[in-house]
Design a protein around this ligand. Structure first.
Ligand SMILES: Nc1ncnc2c1ncn2[C@@H]1O[C@H](COP(=O)(O)OP(=O)(O)OP(=O)(O)O)[C@@H](O)[C@H]1O
Ligand SMILES: [Mg+2]
Length: 371
Protein backbone atom coordinates (compact mmCIF):
# COMPACT_ATOMS: atom_id res chain seq x y z
CA UNK A 1 0.00 0.00 0.00
CA UNK A 2 1.08 3.60 -0.30
CA UNK A 3 0.01 7.09 0.59
CA UNK A 4 -0.54 9.22 -2.48
CA UNK A 5 -1.74 12.48 -1.10
CA UNK A 6 -1.53 14.15 2.31
CA UNK A 7 -3.10 17.34 3.60
CA UNK A 8 -2.40 18.90 6.98
CA UNK A 9 -4.09 21.72 8.82
CA UNK A 10 -2.58 23.00 12.03
CA UNK A 11 -0.54 19.89 12.67
CA UNK A 12 2.64 20.74 14.68
CA UNK A 13 4.51 23.45 12.70
CA UNK A 14 2.28 23.07 9.60
CA UNK A 15 -0.58 25.55 9.04
CA UNK A 16 -1.93 24.48 5.67
CA UNK A 17 0.03 21.87 3.84
CA UNK A 18 -0.58 19.68 0.86
CA UNK A 19 1.75 17.06 -0.61
CA UNK A 20 1.91 14.26 -3.20
CA UNK A 21 4.10 11.19 -2.74
CA UNK A 22 5.35 8.61 -5.24
CA UNK A 23 4.68 4.91 -4.56
CA UNK A 24 8.43 4.25 -4.22
CA UNK A 25 11.21 6.22 -2.57
CA UNK A 26 10.50 9.73 -1.33
CA UNK A 27 13.21 11.72 0.37
CA UNK A 28 12.30 14.69 2.51
CA UNK A 29 15.27 16.92 3.10
CA UNK A 30 15.87 20.22 4.81
CA UNK A 31 17.68 21.82 7.74
CA UNK A 32 17.11 21.04 11.39
CA UNK A 33 13.79 22.05 12.87
CA UNK A 34 11.97 22.58 9.56
CA UNK A 35 9.29 19.92 10.04
CA UNK A 36 10.69 16.73 8.50
CA UNK A 37 10.00 14.53 11.51
CA UNK A 38 6.62 16.22 11.99
CA UNK A 39 5.69 15.31 8.44
CA UNK A 40 6.56 11.62 8.93
CA UNK A 41 4.81 11.65 12.27
CA UNK A 42 1.68 13.06 10.61
CA UNK A 43 1.51 10.03 8.29
CA UNK A 44 1.83 7.71 11.26
CA UNK A 45 -0.81 9.63 13.20
CA UNK A 46 -3.19 9.70 10.24
CA UNK A 47 -2.95 5.91 9.93
CA UNK A 48 -2.89 5.05 13.64
CA UNK A 49 -4.77 7.96 15.27
CA UNK A 50 -1.89 8.43 17.68
CA UNK A 51 1.75 9.30 17.58
CA UNK A 52 4.57 6.82 17.97
CA UNK A 53 6.38 9.40 20.10
CA UNK A 54 4.03 11.95 21.67
CA UNK A 55 2.09 10.70 24.66
CA UNK A 56 -0.16 13.77 24.68
CA UNK A 57 -2.34 14.40 21.62
CA UNK A 58 -2.59 18.13 22.37
CA UNK A 59 1.07 18.52 21.41
CA UNK A 60 0.19 17.50 17.87
CA UNK A 61 -2.02 20.54 17.43
CA UNK A 62 -0.25 23.67 16.25
CA UNK A 63 0.47 26.07 19.10
CA UNK A 64 -2.44 28.49 19.71
CA UNK A 65 -4.81 26.49 17.49
CA UNK A 66 -7.66 24.34 18.76
CA UNK A 67 -7.79 21.57 16.17
CA UNK A 68 -5.55 19.67 13.76
CA UNK A 69 -6.95 18.01 10.65
CA UNK A 70 -5.09 15.34 8.68
CA UNK A 71 -6.31 13.92 5.39
CA UNK A 72 -4.78 11.34 3.13
CA UNK A 73 -5.43 9.14 0.14
CA UNK A 74 -4.20 5.57 0.49
CA UNK A 75 -3.83 3.25 -2.47
CA UNK A 76 -4.00 -0.51 -2.13
CA UNK A 77 -6.04 -2.70 -4.47
CA UNK A 78 -8.60 0.00 -3.86
CA UNK A 79 -8.17 3.62 -3.00
CA UNK A 80 -9.64 5.21 0.11
CA UNK A 81 -9.50 8.50 1.93
CA UNK A 82 -8.63 8.84 5.59
CA UNK A 83 -9.49 11.85 7.68
CA UNK A 84 -8.54 12.42 11.28
CA UNK A 85 -9.34 15.48 13.31
CA UNK A 86 -7.68 16.00 16.65
CA UNK A 87 -9.24 18.53 18.99
CA UNK A 88 -8.45 19.10 22.64
CA UNK A 89 -9.49 15.75 24.12
CA UNK A 90 -11.61 14.69 21.11
CA UNK A 91 -10.61 12.73 18.06
CA UNK A 92 -12.70 11.91 15.02
CA UNK A 93 -11.80 9.46 12.29
CA UNK A 94 -13.46 9.09 8.90
CA UNK A 95 -13.01 6.75 5.98
CA UNK A 96 -14.26 8.09 2.66
CA UNK A 97 -16.15 10.84 4.45
CA UNK A 98 -18.04 8.51 6.82
CA UNK A 99 -17.44 8.45 10.57
CA UNK A 100 -15.92 5.10 11.47
CA UNK A 101 -17.87 2.73 13.68
CA UNK A 102 -14.82 1.63 15.62
CA UNK A 103 -11.37 3.14 15.89
CA UNK A 104 -10.11 -0.46 16.00
CA UNK A 105 -11.04 -1.14 12.37
CA UNK A 106 -9.67 2.25 11.24
CA UNK A 107 -6.28 1.51 12.84
CA UNK A 108 -6.03 -1.98 11.37
CA UNK A 109 -6.76 -0.71 7.85
CA UNK A 110 -3.58 1.22 7.06
CA UNK A 111 -0.19 -0.21 8.00
CA UNK A 112 2.85 1.91 8.71
CA UNK A 113 6.21 1.04 10.18
CA UNK A 114 8.38 3.86 11.42
CA UNK A 115 12.10 3.84 12.17
CA UNK A 116 13.28 6.74 14.29
CA UNK A 117 15.94 7.72 16.76
CA UNK A 118 13.44 7.32 19.61
CA UNK A 119 13.40 3.60 18.85
CA UNK A 120 16.54 3.13 20.94
CA UNK A 121 14.37 3.93 23.95
CA UNK A 122 12.72 0.58 23.28
CA UNK A 123 15.83 -1.03 24.65
CA UNK A 124 17.13 1.63 27.01
CA UNK A 125 13.86 2.99 28.32
CA UNK A 126 11.35 1.53 30.75
CA UNK A 127 8.72 -1.15 30.15
CA UNK A 128 5.93 1.38 29.45
CA UNK A 129 7.54 2.22 26.09
CA UNK A 130 7.83 -1.46 25.19
CA UNK A 131 4.18 -2.05 26.08
CA UNK A 132 3.21 0.97 23.99
CA UNK A 133 5.15 -0.52 21.09
CA UNK A 134 3.41 -3.90 21.42
CA UNK A 135 0.02 -2.22 21.64
CA UNK A 136 0.57 0.02 18.61
CA UNK A 137 1.91 -2.75 16.42
CA UNK A 138 -0.49 -5.54 17.33
CA UNK A 139 -3.43 -3.14 16.95
CA UNK A 140 -2.39 -2.62 13.34
CA UNK A 141 -2.63 -6.35 12.77
CA UNK A 142 -5.74 -7.07 14.77
CA UNK A 143 -8.78 -4.89 15.38
CA UNK A 144 -9.81 -7.37 18.09
CA UNK A 145 -6.62 -6.65 19.98
CA UNK A 146 -7.31 -2.92 20.04
CA UNK A 147 -10.90 -3.49 21.21
CA UNK A 148 -9.77 -5.87 23.94
CA UNK A 149 -7.12 -3.40 25.04
CA UNK A 150 -9.66 -0.58 25.31
CA UNK A 151 -11.95 -2.82 27.35
CA UNK A 152 -9.05 -3.92 29.51
CA UNK A 153 -8.03 -0.31 30.26
CA UNK A 154 -11.58 0.60 31.26
CA UNK A 155 -11.93 -2.45 33.48
CA UNK A 156 -8.55 -1.84 35.06
CA UNK A 157 -9.52 1.70 35.95
CA UNK A 158 -12.85 0.53 37.40
CA UNK A 159 -11.12 -2.16 39.43
CA UNK A 160 -8.48 0.24 40.75
CA UNK A 161 -11.19 2.76 41.66
CA UNK A 162 -12.98 0.01 43.54
CA UNK A 163 -9.80 -0.96 45.38
CA UNK A 164 -9.54 2.66 46.50
CA UNK A 165 -13.08 2.49 47.87
CA UNK A 166 -12.35 -0.74 49.71
CA UNK A 167 -9.20 0.81 51.12
CA UNK A 168 -11.26 3.78 52.22
CA UNK A 169 -13.75 1.51 54.02
CA UNK A 170 -16.55 2.59 51.69
CA UNK A 171 -19.14 0.03 50.50
CA UNK A 172 -17.65 -3.29 49.58
CA UNK A 173 -19.65 -5.52 47.27
CA UNK A 174 -17.47 -8.60 46.91
CA UNK A 175 -19.66 -9.99 44.12
CA UNK A 176 -19.28 -6.89 42.02
CA UNK A 177 -15.55 -6.85 42.70
CA UNK A 178 -15.27 -10.50 41.67
CA UNK A 179 -17.15 -9.83 38.43
CA UNK A 180 -14.78 -6.96 37.60
CA UNK A 181 -11.83 -9.22 38.35
CA UNK A 182 -13.20 -12.04 36.19
CA UNK A 183 -13.79 -9.72 33.24
CA UNK A 184 -10.34 -8.26 33.67
CA UNK A 185 -8.75 -11.72 33.69
CA UNK A 186 -10.74 -12.65 30.63
CA UNK A 187 -9.42 -9.68 28.62
CA UNK A 188 -5.93 -10.22 30.03
CA UNK A 189 -5.81 -13.80 28.76
CA UNK A 190 -6.55 -12.60 25.22
CA UNK A 191 -4.01 -9.76 25.32
CA UNK A 192 -1.28 -12.00 26.76
CA UNK A 193 -1.86 -14.67 24.13
CA UNK A 194 -1.73 -12.10 21.33
CA UNK A 195 1.46 -10.52 22.69
CA UNK A 196 3.04 -13.93 23.06
CA UNK A 197 2.13 -14.87 19.48
CA UNK A 198 3.41 -11.55 18.13
CA UNK A 199 6.77 -11.85 19.92
CA UNK A 200 7.15 -15.45 18.77
CA UNK A 201 6.36 -14.39 15.20
CA UNK A 202 9.07 -11.70 15.43
CA UNK A 203 11.45 -14.37 16.70
CA UNK A 204 10.95 -16.34 13.49
CA UNK A 205 12.78 -13.59 11.58
CA UNK A 206 14.80 -11.52 14.00
CA UNK A 207 17.73 -13.75 14.79
CA UNK A 208 18.65 -14.23 11.14
CA UNK A 209 18.32 -10.53 10.35
CA UNK A 210 20.49 -9.60 13.35
CA UNK A 211 23.09 -12.19 12.41
CA UNK A 212 23.16 -10.99 8.79
CA UNK A 213 24.14 -7.53 9.96
CA UNK A 214 26.40 -8.27 12.94
CA UNK A 215 27.54 -11.86 12.32
CA UNK A 216 26.44 -12.58 15.89
CA UNK A 217 24.06 -15.54 16.30
CA UNK A 218 21.53 -16.13 19.04
CA UNK A 219 19.63 -12.86 19.05
CA UNK A 220 16.11 -13.20 20.41
CA UNK A 221 13.23 -11.44 22.10
CA UNK A 222 11.75 -12.64 25.35
CA UNK A 223 8.20 -11.81 26.30
CA UNK A 224 7.89 -11.33 30.05
CA UNK A 225 4.29 -11.29 31.13
CA UNK A 226 3.71 -10.11 34.68
CA UNK A 227 2.38 -12.46 37.34
CA UNK A 228 4.75 -15.36 36.70
CA UNK A 229 2.93 -16.74 33.65
CA UNK A 230 5.09 -19.41 32.05
CA UNK A 231 2.65 -21.34 29.88
CA UNK A 232 0.64 -19.61 27.20
CA UNK A 233 -2.20 -22.07 27.06
CA UNK A 234 -5.44 -20.16 27.59
CA UNK A 235 -6.45 -22.13 30.68
CA UNK A 236 -2.98 -21.92 32.19
CA UNK A 237 -2.86 -18.13 31.83
CA UNK A 238 -6.30 -17.88 33.39
CA UNK A 239 -5.41 -20.18 36.29
CA UNK A 240 -2.16 -18.35 37.01
CA UNK A 241 -3.84 -14.94 36.99
CA UNK A 242 -6.68 -16.16 39.22
CA UNK A 243 -4.14 -17.48 41.69
CA UNK A 244 -2.21 -14.20 41.60
CA UNK A 245 -5.34 -12.10 42.18
CA UNK A 246 -6.29 -14.24 45.18
CA UNK A 247 -2.82 -14.04 46.70
CA UNK A 248 -2.51 -10.32 46.09
CA UNK A 249 -5.92 -9.15 47.29
CA UNK A 250 -4.86 -7.73 50.64
CA UNK A 251 -1.78 -6.11 49.22
CA UNK A 252 -3.86 -4.63 46.40
CA UNK A 253 -6.25 -3.04 48.85
CA UNK A 254 -3.34 -1.44 50.68
CA UNK A 255 -1.69 -0.28 47.43
CA UNK A 256 -5.05 0.63 45.81
CA UNK A 257 -3.92 -0.86 42.54
CA UNK A 258 -4.03 -4.05 40.46
CA UNK A 259 -0.67 -5.76 40.82
CA UNK A 260 -0.57 -8.35 38.01
CA UNK A 261 -1.67 -8.19 34.39
CA UNK A 262 -0.84 -6.93 30.89
CA UNK A 263 -0.40 -3.38 32.25
CA UNK A 264 2.80 -4.65 33.89
CA UNK A 265 4.17 -6.77 31.02
CA UNK A 266 7.57 -6.36 29.46
CA UNK A 267 9.86 -7.93 26.88
CA UNK A 268 13.62 -7.95 26.46
CA UNK A 269 16.18 -8.03 23.66
CA UNK A 270 18.81 -10.69 24.19
CA UNK A 271 21.85 -12.36 22.72
CA UNK A 272 21.35 -15.92 23.93
CA UNK A 273 20.47 -15.25 27.58
CA UNK A 274 22.14 -11.84 27.96
CA UNK A 275 19.89 -8.80 28.03
CA UNK A 276 21.13 -6.26 25.47
CA UNK A 277 19.97 -3.48 27.71
CA UNK A 278 22.82 -4.29 30.08
CA UNK A 279 25.30 -6.09 27.86
CA UNK A 280 24.80 -4.65 24.38
CA UNK A 281 27.01 -2.03 22.78
CA UNK A 282 25.39 1.09 21.31
CA UNK A 283 25.83 -0.36 17.83
CA UNK A 284 24.28 -3.69 18.78
CA UNK A 285 21.34 -1.92 20.36
CA UNK A 286 20.82 0.09 17.20
CA UNK A 287 20.93 -3.02 15.01
CA UNK A 288 18.56 -4.75 17.42
CA UNK A 289 15.83 -2.17 16.87
CA UNK A 290 16.43 -2.19 13.12
CA UNK A 291 16.12 -5.99 13.14
CA UNK A 292 12.93 -5.63 15.14
CA UNK A 293 11.36 -3.30 12.58
CA UNK A 294 12.56 -5.36 9.63
CA UNK A 295 11.01 -8.45 11.19
CA UNK A 296 7.80 -6.53 11.53
CA UNK A 297 7.78 -5.74 7.82
CA UNK A 298 7.85 -9.51 7.19
CA UNK A 299 5.00 -10.12 9.61
CA UNK A 300 2.87 -7.36 8.05
CA UNK A 301 3.45 -8.75 4.57
CA UNK A 302 2.52 -12.18 5.84
CA UNK A 303 -0.67 -11.22 7.69
CA UNK A 304 -1.94 -8.45 5.46
CA UNK A 305 -0.68 -9.61 2.07
CA UNK A 306 0.30 -6.00 1.51
CA UNK A 307 3.47 -4.01 1.91
CA UNK A 308 3.27 -1.57 4.80
CA UNK A 309 4.30 2.06 4.29
CA UNK A 310 7.85 2.50 5.57
CA UNK A 311 8.85 5.72 7.30
CA UNK A 312 12.56 6.23 8.00
CA UNK A 313 13.28 9.24 10.17
CA UNK A 314 16.89 10.28 9.78
CA UNK A 315 18.19 6.74 10.25
CA UNK A 316 20.78 6.78 7.49
CA UNK A 317 22.94 9.49 9.01
CA UNK A 318 23.81 7.26 11.97
CA UNK A 319 24.51 4.03 10.13
CA UNK A 320 27.68 2.74 8.56
CA UNK A 321 27.51 1.47 4.99
CA UNK A 322 27.17 -2.20 5.94
CA UNK A 323 24.12 -1.48 8.06
CA UNK A 324 22.66 0.85 5.44
CA UNK A 325 22.95 -1.80 2.75
CA UNK A 326 21.50 -4.46 5.00
CA UNK A 327 18.60 -2.24 5.85
CA UNK A 328 17.94 -1.63 2.17
CA UNK A 329 18.16 -5.31 1.30
CA UNK A 330 15.01 -5.87 3.31
CA UNK A 331 13.09 -2.99 1.85
CA UNK A 332 12.23 -4.13 -1.63
CA UNK A 333 11.53 -1.73 -4.43
CA UNK A 334 7.81 -2.42 -4.38
CA UNK A 335 7.45 -0.66 -1.05
CA UNK A 336 6.76 2.96 -0.48
CA UNK A 337 9.54 4.42 1.62
CA UNK A 338 9.52 7.95 2.96
CA UNK A 339 12.89 9.06 4.28
CA UNK A 340 13.98 12.22 6.04
CA UNK A 341 17.48 13.61 6.10
CA UNK A 342 19.31 16.87 6.63
CA UNK A 343 22.02 15.72 4.27
CA UNK A 344 21.37 14.04 0.92
CA UNK A 345 24.99 12.84 0.93
CA UNK A 346 24.15 10.27 3.63
CA UNK A 347 21.67 8.53 1.32
CA UNK A 348 22.84 5.63 -0.85
CA UNK A 349 23.41 6.53 -4.48
CA UNK A 350 21.07 3.89 -5.85
CA UNK A 351 18.25 5.10 -3.58
CA UNK A 352 18.87 8.69 -4.48
CA UNK A 353 18.78 8.04 -8.21
CA UNK A 354 15.23 6.71 -8.15
CA UNK A 355 13.91 8.95 -5.43
CA UNK A 356 11.41 11.76 -5.43
CA UNK A 357 13.10 14.66 -3.63
CA UNK A 358 11.05 16.93 -1.42
CA UNK A 359 12.65 20.02 0.09
CA UNK A 360 11.00 21.24 3.31
CA UNK A 361 11.63 24.64 4.81
CA UNK A 362 9.75 26.12 7.79
CA UNK A 363 6.73 23.88 7.28
CA UNK A 364 6.50 24.60 3.54
CA UNK A 365 7.57 22.76 0.40
CA UNK A 366 10.31 24.45 -1.58
CA UNK A 367 10.52 21.64 -4.10
CA UNK A 368 8.67 18.40 -4.87
CA UNK A 369 9.51 16.56 -8.06
CA UNK A 370 6.11 14.86 -8.45
CA UNK A 371 3.94 17.87 -7.72
N1 LIG B 1 2.54 21.74 18.31
C1 LIG B 1 3.43 22.49 17.64
N2 LIG B 1 3.09 23.72 17.18
C2 LIG B 1 3.99 24.47 16.50
N3 LIG B 1 5.24 24.10 16.24
C3 LIG B 1 5.62 22.89 16.67
C4 LIG B 1 4.75 22.02 17.39
N4 LIG B 1 5.41 20.89 17.70
C5 LIG B 1 6.64 21.05 17.19
N5 LIG B 1 6.78 22.23 16.58
C6 LIG B 1 7.98 22.79 15.91
O1 LIG B 1 8.41 21.92 14.90
C7 LIG B 1 9.80 22.09 14.73
C8 LIG B 1 10.51 20.76 14.71
O2 LIG B 1 10.10 20.07 13.63
P1 LIG B 1 10.74 18.65 13.31
O3 LIG B 1 11.03 17.91 14.54
O4 LIG B 1 9.84 18.03 12.33
O5 LIG B 1 12.09 19.12 12.65
P2 LIG B 1 13.07 18.31 11.71
O6 LIG B 1 13.01 18.93 10.38
O7 LIG B 1 12.79 16.86 11.82
O8 LIG B 1 14.46 18.66 12.38
P3 LIG B 1 15.75 17.74 12.65
O9 LIG B 1 16.52 17.74 11.37
O10 LIG B 1 16.47 18.49 13.72
O11 LIG B 1 15.31 16.40 13.08
C9 LIG B 1 10.33 22.86 15.93
O12 LIG B 1 10.68 24.14 15.49
C10 LIG B 1 9.15 22.88 16.86
O13 LIG B 1 9.10 24.06 17.61
MG1 LIG C 1 13.77 15.28 12.75
Amino acid sequence: MHIKHLELQNFRNYSFFDIEFTPKVNIIYGNNGQGKTNLLESIYVLAQTKSHRAYIDDNLIKTNESKAVLKGTILTDLSYNLELSIGKSVKKAKIDGENVKTIASYIAKTNVIIFSSEDLDLIKGGPAGRRKYLNLEISQLSANYYSALSDFNKLLKMRNDYLKKINNNEIVDQNYFQILTDYLINKSVFLIQMRHTFVEKLNEYISKIFEDITQIPGFNLKYKPSGGIDSFDKNDIKATLEKRFKENYEKEVILKTTISGPHRDDFSFNIEEDDLREFGSQGQQKVAVIALKLSEIEIFKDYKKQNPIILLDDVFSDLDNIKKNNLLKHIDDKMQVIITTTDLKTINKQLLENANLIHIDKGKILENEVA
